[in-house]
Design a protein around this ligand. Sequence first.
Ligand code: WT7
Length: 648
Amino acid sequence: MSEHKTYPVPETIAAKAHITQDLYATMYRRSVDDPEGFWAEQAERFVTWFKKWDKVMDYSYQADDLYVRWFDGGKLNIAYNCLDRHLDSRGDQVAIIWEGDNPEEDRKLTYRELHAEVCKLANVLKSRGVNKGDRVCIYLPMIPEAAVAMLACARIGAVHSIVFGGFSPDSLRDRILDSDCQTLITSDESVRGGRHVPLKKNADTALTECPNVNTVVVVQRTGGSIEWTEGRDIWYHEAMANAATDCPAEEMDAEDPLFILYTSGSTGKPKGVLHTTGGYLVFAAMTHKYAFDYQDGEVYWCTADVGWVTGHTYIVYGPLANGASSLMFEGIPNYPDVSRFWQVIDKHQVSIFYTAPTAIRALMRAGEEPVKKTSRASLRILGTVGEPINPEAWEWYYKVVGDGRCPVVDTWWQTETGGHLITPLPGATALKPGSATLPFFGVVPALVDPAEGTLIEGPGEGALVLMRPWPGQMRTVYGDHARFVETYFRQYPGYYFTGDGARRDEDGYYWITGRIDDVLNVSGHRLGTAEIESALVLHPHVAEAAVVGYPHDIKGQGIYAYITPMAGIEPSDALKKDLVALVRGEIGPIATVDIIQWAPSLPKTRSGKIMRRILRKIAANEIDTLGDTSTLADPTVVNDLIDKRANQ
Ligand code: WT7
């Protein structure tokens, strides 16, 4: 079985790697035995502090008194760390390489240029009354202004909340309201795969219900026509033209908030994951340098969108803190054609390439020719993130894209974790296709038997928890600390519960098996079944909806919805279409329901709880292993669903 295949560290990589196998072992031991000493050293190495901290770490994982603090008393500014401190040594080095959707369009910004832009926008924000601690919503395409906006907020101590440009007006509205943002930075339109998306129009729609937003800064991306609200809306380029290029970097406390990022959970609306300043930056910089073995002068490309945490940590904060040249791509993998990624790698001489399994699987379908017609000789390290990668896709990535030369780092982490927690280090870790391998420094994973609640020793499978904090950990759910406690610390007392299941093999390697809560991972995008169900039941013809994931060749998981229509409503294809459109409209195109099955009734326990386990099995066509159905109020419902599934 390919699971047992192991790829040793290539000697050429180990020869100049930051972390080799022995060093990993000693450093890991130290990080666990002496976390205070270890993290103090890393914090000195990776971050420039205005004032040193009083205490390295302080925490309690007890549900009734839950808190996590790192580098308390320390003072720093993240924009200063990502920009100012590089100006003397690398002011003229490229910080951001922007590759447009259209292959003819690109831009480069040096550290000096980026610094000037960030200072100008920081002054613009200040002139509109944005103060330290205020929340600023960013709803932008993948253009350099997105990074400028993030860093401008960080420079003045404003808290950014980025909303992915693919989200709907309703999703944008909910996020703006939840964190009470009074400023929004957006653009006229975005461009992806040659198509324009009306971001400003979406924003206008969202803002009809956000009375507190008093400023909308609009970047002109396409020149498409937009509506204008006098007094509220200002053009980015006009405001920037008059802004000064110097702006002091606010002294922030290590535990001051840096950003909020909404992510889906198993219940209710998306929650605002809050990250703070000092620990996050130390962790972002350190994981970026070591997991990718980033070497000075290399061009590094992460294909994520800044609307996700991957874009925050591994396009902007980590790479720029390390003085890297970070490539930012506006487009999609198959435009103008399926060779685009590889062409961009050649064009900009990319050394490190970081993408998602869903993209790899989709490109794998297009065959080797679009890859092989490019050189890719600049590549040194490959990475994946977002969902489990199947060994076949891993092998293809390794052999075809990397020509068997480049280690593949399969990095496991979450919005909540701020950065990589389980990942190979290219010069230190032998690779097994499909395994995220071993914990990063300071990270202590464990497996818990979900039924017994006891820790599993040695090889085994269970719920993946973390036994102690790491500097990049989220600190709370914005405005709802109780939800933070309930979501992550209630189920397995004393531990942070990740929501994932995992297996540990005889070498101590971790194999993430996927979510074990009601969260779906569709093309690496996280969606709660509850959110999708809430959207579906908005339809007047829907009595009840139950959503589960099912295995999908490209997306990893697809969305499968069981719908019980209102009495007297005839199921129809037209209604199916309406429902798909409804969910896309409520959440965004990433929430496209793949399969709708009509369900005259749903399998429920006697207490009325839907048994999703059974629905998941039927959706996956695993009807031989349905398990116990005797606790159902009406077991015949199941056979009926199975018959219907077969007939659709
Ligand atoms: C969930 C977190 C972390 C940035 C992107 C997603 C899944 C993530 C891996 C991986 C297996 C992975 C997990 C996790 N996941 N990386 N390398 N192998 N699963 O962030 O939206 O917060 O989703 O993505 O299920 O819990 P996110």
